[in-house]
Ligand binder design. Structure first.
Ligand SMILES: [Zn+2]
Length: 90
């Protein structure tokens, strides 16, 4: 409620300032997003790799960051490589 009023005011009073206020919010969260586990979806079959869970069946322990997953790792469902995965919001 309060946020919608504020953004309305921002747009009406100073439209040139609104991009700045939009940029400020996500950058303030950057520190906490470093601690957030991400998930990556196979664009071919829809399998989702979650860093929080890893892929123990393939020897990837829970909590393994996507960048630490070896390039030799393959999608357990369709065999696609890491290049066929896209980051998704969880
Ligand atoms: Zn797949």
């Amino acid at each position: 409620m309060r946020d919608s009023v504020r953004s309305l005011l921002t747009i009406q009073c100073s439209p040139f300032l609104s991009p700045l206020s939009y940029n400020r919010a996500p950058s303030g969260d950057s520190a906490s997003s470093l601690l957030t586990m991400k998930a990556y979806m196979c664009v071919i079959c829809g399998y989702v790799y979650e860093e929080e869970k890893g892929d123990p069946a393939s020897g990837i322990v829970a909590g393994t960051k996507w960048e630490d997953v070896p390039l030799s790792w393959r999608c357990p469902d369709c065999g696609a490589g890491k290049e066929d995965f896209e980051m998704v919001e969880v």
